[in-house]
Design a protein around this ligand. Structure first.
Ligand SMILES: Nc1ncnc2c1ncn2[C@@H]1O[C@H](COP(=O)(O)OP(=O)(O)OP(=O)(O)O)[C@@H](O)[C@H]1O
Ligand SMILES: [Mg+2]
Length: 235
C-alpha cells in the first residue's frame, strides 16, 4: 500500500527547569494510505502530541515528518494552512459543533476552503441524520452530535481523518455506531483514519495498531483479521 506519512527519529522535547522532558522520544513510523490506524497508550504517553505533529498543529524539536514525501516540519504557516485545508479532517471527544447552527449548517461549514466537496445531502443521509437536518445541536444525543461532527469533517473528502477519543463521551452502543460509521466511510472513501483512544477494544477494527508508552512506540501491529465495529467487545 502507498505510504502516506513517514516519521523519522522524531523528538518533542519540553524544558522543565534545567532538565529535558521528552513527550516524544525517537519515534519512527510509516503509515499507509487508506488504513484505519488506532493509537493506544496510557494518559501522557504522547498520543495527542503525535497527532499534533502529523497534522502540523505543532512542530517537532528534532526529526523529520513527511506527508506524501513533503516535509511537514519545514512548512511555513501559509503552507501548513493549505496542507490542513486540502488534506485533513478532525473529530474530537467533544464534538465542537456551533450551537447556533443547524445540523445541515454545521456540516456545510466543513466545506470551507475545499475545492471538491462531497454532497452535504448525501452525507447527511450516510450518517443517518436525514430527519434531524434542521435541528440544533442541543436537540441531539451525543451519538448524533458526533455523527454531525464526522459528516462535517468528511464533507471536504479529506485524505486523513484525525480522531482524538471519538467515542470517549459515548456509551457502548452509541460508541459502536459511531465506529461503524467511521469504518463505512473508510471503506467508501478510502479515508485514512488515525484514531486515538484509551479503549483497547477498538484496536480490533484497525488495520494497524500503534502502542505508545512514555513518549515511545512500544509496538506496531498489523492485524490479520479485522473486526466489524458492530462486533467489537467493549472495554
Ligand atoms: N506544552 C507542553 N509543555 C510541557 N509538557 C507538555 C506540553 N504538552 C504536552 N506535554 C507533556 O507531554 C506528555 C504527552 O502528552 P500528550 O498530550 O501527548 O499525552 P496523551 O497520550 O495524549 O495523553 P491523554 O491520553 O491523557 O490525552 C505529557 O506528559 C504532557 O504533560
Ligand atoms: Mg491526548
Amino acid at each position: 500500500m502507498k505510504n502516506l506519512y513517514k516519521l523519522d527519529h522524531i523528538y518533542k522535547t519540553y524544558k522543565n527547569y534545567d532538565t529535558d522532558y521528552h513527550a516524544l522520544e525517537d519515534v519512527s513510523l510509516e503509515l499507509s494510505e487508506g488504513e484505519i490506524i488506532v493509537v493506544l497508550g496510557p494518559s501522557g504517553s504522547g498520543k495527542s502530541t503525535m497527532l499534533n505533529l502529523l497534522s502540523g498543529i505543532d512542530s517537532p524539536s528534532k526529526g523529520h515528518i513527511l506527508f506524501e514525501d513533503i516535509r511537514v516540519d519545514q512548512m511555513k504557516a501559509s503552507e501548513l494552512t493549505e496542507y490542513r485545508a486540502n488534506n485533513l479532517g478532525f473529530i474530537f471527544q467533544s464534538y465542537n459543533l456551533i450551537p447556533s447552527l443547524t445540523v445541515k449548517e454545521n456540516i456545510e461549514l466543513g466545506k470551507e476552503l475545499s475545492t471538491a466537496p462531497l454532497s452535504v445531502k448525501d452525507l447527511i443521509k450516510q450518517v443517518g441524520l436525514e430527519s434531524h437536518a434542521s435541528k440544533y445541536p442541543y436537540q441531539l444525543s451525543g451519538g448524533q452530535m458526533q455523527r454531525v461532527a464526522i459528516a462535517r469533517a468528511l464533507v471536504k473528502n479529506p485524505k486523513v481523518l484525525f480522531c482524538d477519543e471519538p467515542t470517549g463521551a459515548l456509551d457502548e452502543e452509541t460508541g459502536k455506531k459511531v465506529l461503524e460509521l467511521l469504518q463505512d466511510m473508510n471503506g467508501k472513501y478510502h479515508t485514512t483514519m488515525i484514531i486515538v483512544t484509551h479503549n483497547p477494544s477498538i484496536a480490533d477494527m484497525a488495520h494497524t495498531v500503534i502502542r505508545m508508552n512514555s513518549g515511545k512506540i512500544v509496538e506496531i501491529k498489523h492485524n490479520k483479521t479485522i473486526k466489524k465495529a458492530s462486533e467489537l467487545r467493549w472495554a
